[in-house]
Design a protein around this ligand. Structure first.
Ligand SMILES: [Zn+2]
Length: 267
């Protein structure tokens, strides 16, 4: 009988450990995907800032180009003034023709520069519009980020203490457990997406996968002196009393109940 009571002790310890770990998992889930959301926002902000910098650079060089064109126009205008004066002093037809050509060229240059300026002006105003939009979006994202960060900080602060307490409790419960049983528990837990390795019977079915457990197995689970593994999902099935639950008649499914109750003490 000594071996049987040993097994009962292990089962109780397993259930206790699972309860602690499930509470811990639930606590961590409360943080939800806020950290991911925050990271995504930060990435978006970085992209926007880069885009903003690129447009600002383009804007700057466009403005420089406009200034250069204005300088060119001024130069051509002063040339034209000079040519006009020279026109009075010209004596030969050849010189006159040559001067007229220069005047024409300068006039064309001025026209071309003015056209370029108007093109740049249009582009500049487009860029300014985009910049304005980016700045607005950035402001929005920054605000959103701040809000999310504040929310996350609040949750973190709240759960941190509880998390530390549960981590310690989990460690202690693991140390208490026999090495082989612990290894089995951790192995199953790692395999399960919800981290649940130890379950109870729920309406004659495995509390993990909800597949019906044969009556003979249910009977064995209730005897509490044998390690019973669900043939379907591979979880350890223990008697409901290990989770602080009495064997319930068929009722609405309500798994993982009794977390708030005190940990079942080993037999
Ligand atoms: Zn199962």
């Amino acid at each position: 009988m000594a071996v049987k009571s040993e097994i009962k002790k292990h089962l109780a310890q397993l259930a206790a450990l699972q309860r602690i770990d499930s509470t811990l998992d639930a606590l961590r889930r409360r943080r939800g995907n806020l950290p991911q959301q925050l990271r995504k926002l930060e990435d978006e902000i970085i992209t926007l800032v880069h885009r903003k910098q690129r447009i600002e650079q383009e804007l700057e060089s466009a403005e420089k180009e406009v200034n250069r064109l204005y300088g060119e126009i001024e130069l051509e205008k002063s040339r034209l003034e000079k040519y006009e004066l020279q026109l009075d002093q010209i004596t030969t037809h050849q010189d006159y023709e040559a001067l007229q050509e220069r005047i024409e060229l300068s006039t064309l240059n001025i026209k071309a520069a003015e056209k370029s300026i108007s093109r740049y002006r249009k582009a500049i105003s487009e860029m300014e519009k985009v910049l304005n939009e980016i700045n607005q979006t950035l402001e929005q994202k920054e605000k959103e980020k701040e809000e999310k960060q504040a929310k996350l900080d609040k949750i973190k602060e709240k759960v941190q203490e509880e998390e530390a307490r549960l981590e310690k409790a989990s460690k202690e419960a693991q140390e208490k457990l026999d090495a082989k049983w612990l290894e089995l528990y951790l192995h199953i837990r790692r395999k399960m997406r919800n981290g649940i390795a130890v379950v109870t019977i729920d309406r004659d079915a495995c509390g993990g996968c909800h597949i019906t457990v044969p009556p003979q197995k249910i009977y064995e689970v209730r005897q509490k002196n044998k390690l019973i593994i669900c043939e379907n999902c591979g979880r350890i099935i223990v008697d409901n009393t290990f989770f602080g639950e009495e064997v319930k008649p068929k009722q609405k499914p309500k798994r993982r109940r009794g977390r708030r109750k005190k940990t079942t003490t080993a037999a």
